[in-house]
Each structure stands twice: as C-alpha cells, then as structure tokens.
Design a protein around this ligand. Sequence first.
Ligand SMILES: NC(=O)c1ccc[n+]([C@@H]2O[C@H](COP(=O)([O-])OP(=O)(O)OC[C@H]3O[C@@H](n4cnc5c(N)ncnc54)[C@H](O)[C@@H]3O)[C@@H](O)[C@H]2O)c1
Length: 335
Amino acid sequence: MTDKNAQRVLVTGGAGFIGSHLCESLIADGATVTVVDDLSTGRWGNIAHLQESRRLKVIVATAADQTLMFDAVAQSDLVYHLASAVGVHLIIDRPVATVETIFHTTDAVLKACARFRKPVLLTSTSEVFGKSDAIPFREDDDVVMGATEKRRWAYACAKALDEFLALAHYHESALPVFIVRLFNTVGVRQSGRYGMVLPRFVRQALSGGPITVFGDGAQRRCFCSVHDVVRALRALPFAAEAVGKVVNIGSQEEVSITQLALRVKRLTASSSTIEYVPYEEAYGPGFDDMRRRVPDLSRVSSYIGWQPEEALDSIISALILDMATSEAGRSITSA
Ligand SMILES: NC(=O)c1ccc[n+]([C@@H]2O[C@H](COP(=O)([O-])OP(=O)(O)OC[C@H]3O[C@@H](n4cnc5c(N)ncnc54)[C@H](O)[C@@H]3O)[C@@H](O)[C@H]2O)c1
C-alpha cells in the first residue's frame, strides 16, 4: 500500500472507544470505512456523526462470523482488528465469553485476511506482560503470567494467543500482520462501565460522590491520549519494518492511581472524598494486580518516529468537559 489516504478500510470494533476515533481519522483523510461491531461494549452513538460523510458502512454483527468476515475482508485494502472483550470488570464477570470471544473472533479475522492476503493490524494489550517487573517493558521480554485460577489473566492469555496466531500466519505464509500492545489509552467516549478507571473517576467527581480507588492507590500507570494512539495505528501499517512485529504504544509518564484521583478532583473542582476499596471487594477474592507498567518505546519510535504528545491534564480536562456536557444534556432531556 502506498496511498495512506484513499483506501477501503475494515475496522472490527469500530463503534468502540478507540475504534470510533480511528474511524474518524480515516474518514477525515478520505478513506471508505466498514465497521463490524456487535455493540457489546461499543455504542452506535460513538460513530453516528460519521454517517454524514457517506463513506461509513456499519455492520452490526459479530466479527467471529466467518462468512461475514470473508466477505468484508475481500472488499478491503487494510484491516484493523480491534473487536475484543475489554475491561477488568467484564473479564472477571464473564470469563467464558472473554476467552471465547477474543480467540474465535481473531481466528475468523485472520483466516479471512490470510485467504485474501490483506494486511491486518491487531490491538493487543500491555496486560500480556503480566506481572513482569522488568520496567520499562520491551516487546521481546519474557511474560510473567499469573495463575490460571486467577480470572483476570484470562484476558492477557487470550490476547497473547491472538498474538501467537497472528505471528504464526506471518511466519507460515508471510501474511502482513502488525501487532500493537496498547498501554492504558484514555480520552473522550471511553466508558467507565467496564472498569476503566479515568471515566469512572470523572463521573464520580462530577456527581460529588466519593472517588473510589481500588487497592492502596500506590499502583502506577501511564495514560496515553487516544489521539496519539490513533496516530500510531494509522502509521504502523505503512512501516515495512513493523511487519510481523509486536510494537508497544503508550505513554511513559507514570502516575499513581491516588495521584490520578487527586488530579481529577482538582480539575473538576469537586468536593468528592477519595475512598479506598480493597481489591477483594471490588473484584472478588484472589485478584492479582501489577504495581507498574511502563512501555519501552524504542521500536515505535524507530519505525514511525512516534512519541506521545498530549499531556494528561489536557486529556482529563477534555473528558470532564465531554462528560459534564452529556450529563447536562441528559438532565435537560429528562427534566
Ligand atoms: N482502552 C485501552 O486502554 C486498551 C488497552 C489495551 C488494549 N486495548 C485494546 O484495544 C481494542 C479496543 O478497545 P477499546 O478500549 O476501544 O474498547 P471498547 O470496548 O470500547 O471497544 C471494543 C469494541 O469491540 C466490539 N466487539 C467486542 N466483541 C466483538 C465481536 N466479537 N464482534 C464485533 N465487535 C465486537 C465492542 O462492541 C466494542 O465496540 C481492544 O482490542 C482492546 O483489547 C485497549
């Protein structure tokens, strides 16, 4: 592929948080986009505004449907596979669906890409590094997985299996695959319903109720803007060096979860208190967590010259504005 802007692009999970921003960027640059999304965690509202362009086609269905995927992939030049069960709560509450959906869906997408020889970018996760403490995480580091009896690791293992399968296609038939391991990605349209921490904190702060921090709050994370992530997703399939590779995408600026709660409280000027909830209470017994997760960015920086740009305070402020506006809209409609 040489022309980045005029293509037919298939986005599974395109009605989700990251997928909707990706579709927005593709359409703005002249691409024709087909979304396959079962709306399990995504929302039609995330992409409704893109309908006007007439270059968006939405198929509400599971991307695990092999016949559908053969058809949709055949008509595309590039495939982004984002559809996945996502969010710690969902993973803890519905472990069977997590493993089945992730793996079966990826299998169907990859089979179709292999049949029609279409390049495919898969979104994996920093969870794959498991409990490793080799900070910063390099893509070729060993993974340190938790016990299979602890349900949260089902997500990491299923996504790791996706990576293995994609790389197997690359090694056996030179299918152009691109695997990105996303670290915490944040921005407007992310839902707090499935355990994502930042939108949950913002909603709690705006409502004036307690901001609930799970665990002791000293665990640290790096939050990256969805706009920065989309920039990397757009560029990677055009970087020859990235073919058949795993690539980290994320911020390297660490913040503890308590600090995050305090920043949200300050930026919302909220009177909320900060309360700590033990992991067992939040997620049930035997929950495992990792204290730190920082990406090594050497690969993405050398392949596409990428660095995150948007500062965390500006991402939080945009989210606050968006959530406050939509809350206000809801209360006017229901008044
Ligand atoms: N947001 C993050 O911080 C983060 C971090 C690491 C990895 N990721 C990965 O990025 C991708 C997108 O995540 P997101 O944060 O936008 O989550 P999201 O839940 O907003 O998006 C996932 C989308 O996939 C759809 N979906 C799920 N199963 C499907 C299926 N079988 N067929 C069709 N559609 C299906 C959902 O309805 C949703 O629209 C996922 O692959 C996720 O594993 C996200």
